[in-house]
Design a protein around this ligand. Sequence first.
Ligand code: CAA
Length: 241
Amino acid sequence: MARVALVTGGTRGIGEAISKGLKAAGLTVAANYGGNDEAANAFKAATGIPVFKFDVADPAACEAGIRQVESEVGPVEVLVNNAGITRDGMFHKMTYDQWTSVIKTNLDSAFTCTRPVIDGMRARGFGRIILISSINGQKGQMGQTNYSAAKAGVIGFAKALAQENAAKGVTVNVIAPGYIATEMVKAIPADVLKAKILPHIPVGRLGEVEEIARACVFLAGEDAGFITGSTLSINGGQFFV
Ligand code: CAA
């Protein structure tokens, strides 16, 4: 039987590429999304991957949504915690709502999406949990105190959870993408992107979503069983940890 993977935020951007990559690798994939029905329906029509709408910032919605995935698709053996948002702004101008919305969606989701699947993974003796962090959680980024805090937080979460579950066949790893050609990065003011970001990427270009997806497929596979608690930086040489 093909293993079942759930990708949060799996219908657009990096998540879309991960969903497609896991499917191409032979897994049965379910893709979560938060709000954009049009994009999710187009994704479903194009890929045949079922989509499940629930808010990763809402614990009860995640519990119910993941139960629905498990009853319709099967027990989740691979979880990719990818869903994320930005609400950029200098800290001295940041509102509490900008802060909490990013912390809830990008960090609380590590709890809300992992908690419903961890018991099953432990009981079955196999699991792959992959969290999508960011270069900006590793190095910090002006305009992103909220996002940098959340993305750094998931790295600590993964290191602790990896230790708790290593003996149960469940690995927990992080991918920290750099600047990838997605809508999120394209939303950066063009002058800032050109003057402040691109010159700092030694490879000389934005990354492609498939470059993240390929690493995710590897970490999700049987061959990656000795890799746990690690953070894989994929950033074109922009920052070395
Ligand atoms: N790197 C370096 N300098 C930056 C910068 C950045 N990313 N963003 C802004 N600055 C600089 C500006 O160029 C400007 O410098 P000067 O005064 O010398 O021109 C200064 O900071 C102030 O910027 P603004 O005038 O734009 O101030 P603002 O209050 O209107 O907006 C901002 C500030 C919200 C930070 C806005 O500039 C912005 O959105 N910047 C982009 C922030 C960013 O990089 N976000 C990453 C999004 S992609 C992502 O998050 C995905 C991922 O994981 C990598």
